[in-house]
Design a protein. Structure first.
Length: 304
C-alpha cells in the first residue's frame, strides 16, 4: 500500500484525509506530540462520521513517503519544511493544497522541486469546528506540473486519485489556474472575513460581490504584467461556481477570524501589495484590506 502523509488537519486536510480513508487508504497524519495526544483522544468527525487516523511525529523517521499532501496555514509553512525532510525520497510526490501562489516555491526551497505537483482545491464549503468538519460540496483537487508535462509524478498522482472517491482534475495549465484560485481567495476570503459574511451574502447581494470584484481586479492587472492571461470574465465564472455552495458556509479566512486565529493575509493582500510594487501597479483595495485584517488580528489580543 502506498505511504501517504497528510500535513494540516484543518477543514481541507481533514476532508481529504477522510475521503482517502473511505477509499481504503491509510493516510498518516503528521503532527506534533501535543496535537497527536489530542487527536488520538478526541478523534475527528466528518459529516457526522467518526474517523480515527494514525499519527506520526516528525522525529519518528521510519518511512519514505510516496505522497505528501500539505494543507497547513501559510505562517506554519517554513517550519513544516524541516519536519518533512526525513520523509522525502527520490520519488516522493509533494502536493500543496494551500491557498496562494507561492507555497510550492517555499516548499521547493528546502525539499527540492523535482517531486512537486502544483494543485489547488475548488468547489468545497467545508467548515471545521473543533474536531468536527462538515461540508455539502466535497471539493475537487485540480493539479498539474508547472511545465504542463505528463511525467512520472503526474502519472503516480493520477493513479492514486483514481483509487479514491476524491474528485480530481489533471490539467496542463496549472499556473494559470492557480492564479484564478488566487484571485478568488484575494477577493472572497478577505472580504468575507472582514464583513463576517457567509457565501449567501455574496450570492444574493450584488453590492457585496462588487467589493470582491474590486479586490480581484488588482490581481487581474498584476497577472497580465506577469504574462498570466486572466480576463475580467473569470470573476463572473467564479460567481457561477460560488452560487452552488452552501449559503450558510464560510470561507477559510472567515472561519479564522471567527475563531480569532491568525489569518493568511500576508499570503493574499500582502502578496498582491508586494507584486504591485514590483510591477508599479496600484493596489489601493488590497492595501485597505490588509490594514483591516491586521486590525482584526490586533483586536484578538484585546480579548485575551
Amino acid at each position: 500500500m502506498k505511504k501517504i502523509i497528510m500535513v494540516g488537519m484543518g477543514a481541507i486536510g481533514t476532508t481529504f484525509a477522510a475521503q482517502m480513508k473511505d477509499s481504503g487508504l491509510s493516510p498518516l497524519v503528521l503532527s506534533d506530540s501535543a496535537r497527536k495526544a489530542r487527536y488520538t483522544q478526541e478523534g475527528f468527525t466528518v459529516n457526522g462520521k467518526s474517523y480515527d487516523f494514525e499519527y506520526i511525529l516528525p522525529t519518528e523517521k521510519h518511512l519514505t513517503a510516496d505522497f505528501i499532501f500539505v494543507a497547513v496555514k501559510y505562517h506554519d509553512l517554513p517550519a513544516i519544511r524541516e519536519d518533512l525532510k526525513p520523509f522525502m525520497g527520490a520519488h516522493t510526490v509533494l502536493v500543496s493544497l494551500m491557498n496562494g501562489i507561492d507555497s510550492e516555491e517555499i516548499l521547493g526551497e528546502t525539499l527540492g522541486r523535482e517531486g512537486i505537483v502544483h494543485a489547488y482545491v475548488m468547489q468545497i464549503d467545508a467548515v471545521r469546528e473543533g474536531q468536527s468538519v462538515t461540508y455539502s460540496q466535497p471539493g475537487q483537487i485540480v493539479y498539474g506540473r508547472a511545465n504542463g508535462q505528463e511525467d512520472e509524478a503526474m502519472t503516480a498522482l493520477k493513479s492514486l486519485f483514481n483509487q479514491t472517491i476524491i474528485n480530481h482534475l489533471p490539467v496542463n495549465n496549472i499556473l494559470e489556474r492557480l492564479w484564478f484560485k488566487f484571485l478568488i481567495n484575494v477577493g472572497l476570503n478577505q472580504v468575507s472575513a472582514i464583513l463576517d459574511a457567509p457565501y449567501g451574502v455574496f450570492q444574493r447581494f450584488d453590492m457585496a460581490y462588487e467589493l470582491v470584484k474590486d479586490a480581484m481586479r488588482e490581481v487581474i492587472a498584476i497577472s497580465r504584467a506577469k504574462g498570466i492571461p486572466l480576463e475580467e470574465s473569470v470573476m463572473d465564472d467564479f460567481k457561477e461556481i460560488m452560487d452552488t455552495l452552501d449559503p450558510k458556509a464560510m470561507t477559510s479566512m472567515h472561519q479564522d477570524v471567527r475563531a480569532q486565529r491568525k489569518t493568511e493575509v500576508e499570503m493574499l493582500a500582502g502578496k498582491v501589495i508586494d507584486l504591485g510594487r514590483k510591477y508599479d501597479i496600484p493596489t489601493p483595495v488590497n492595501d485597505t484590506l490588509f490594514k483591516m485584517l491586521k486590525t482584526l488580528e490586533y483586536q484578538y489580543t484585546l480579548n485575551q
